[in-house]
Design a protein around this ligand. Sequence first.
Ligand SMILES: [Zn+2]
Length: 244
Amino acid sequence: MLSDVHNHLYAVADPDEVVRESRERGVGLIVTNAEEIDTARKCIALAQKHDIVYAAVGIHPEYALKLPESSLAEVERLLNEEKVVAIGEIGLDYKFARSREEKDRQMLFFSKQLALAKEYDLPVIVHSRRAHRPVVETLIDSGVTADLHWFSGPIDDVINAVDHGIYFSFGPAVLHYDAYRAVVDVVPLDLMMLETDMPVRFGGGEARPWWVRQVAEFIADVKKTSVDNVIEHTWKNARRFFRV
Ligand SMILES: [Zn+2]
C-alpha cells in the first residue's frame, strides 16, 4: 500500500475528505506532523478519528524561536496520547535562525526533543534547512531512530546518515529538482519512505497523499526496479519505523 509519512493534514480545507480519497486511492498510512502545540492537538484529533492516520507531535525549528521552553513540557504530555507514533517535525532551520543566539535556541529545542524521543522510545521526523551538517551529526550522536524529510544533500552528509541507519523520506520535490537523483541513488531502498509535505504546492496544486505514487515511480526509475517493489519497501519501512 501507499504511505505518506510526512504531511500536515490539518492544514487542508477538508482533512476528512482527503483521508477518504486517500483510502480510495490505495493509501494505507498517513502521518500528520505538528509544528507547535496547537497543530499537535489537531494532529492527534485527526489520528484518533481516522484509522489510517497517525500523529507526530513536536516543535518545528521555526517555532523554537517564538515559543517558551515550557512548551516542551506540553509536547511531553501529548506523547502519551493514543496514535502518537513519533516526535516531529523537529530540527534546525538556518533560514530562520541567523544569529548565534537563534541557532543555539533551535539546538536547545532539537536536543531536548531528541532526549524525549530516547526516553519515550519514539522515532523522530527531522526538518533540515541550510543546517545539514549539524543536523546529521546531532542525530548520529543521539542514537535516536530518525527520518530526514525533504533532504537534498550535500551527498557527503547523505552518505554519513545512511551509514548510521538514518531513514530518508522523499516527496514530490524529487520530480522538480535534479539534485535528488544522486540522493535517491545513494540511499538504499531499505531506508526509504514516501512523503508529500501536504499542503505544500508542487506544479500549481496542493500536494495530496496519493501523489507518493509518482515519487515511487521516480525512485523505481533511479533504482532500476519496479514501482511495486518501491511501494512495498516503503510500506514495510514505514511500518517498521513507526511500529504500526
Ligand atoms: Zn513539513
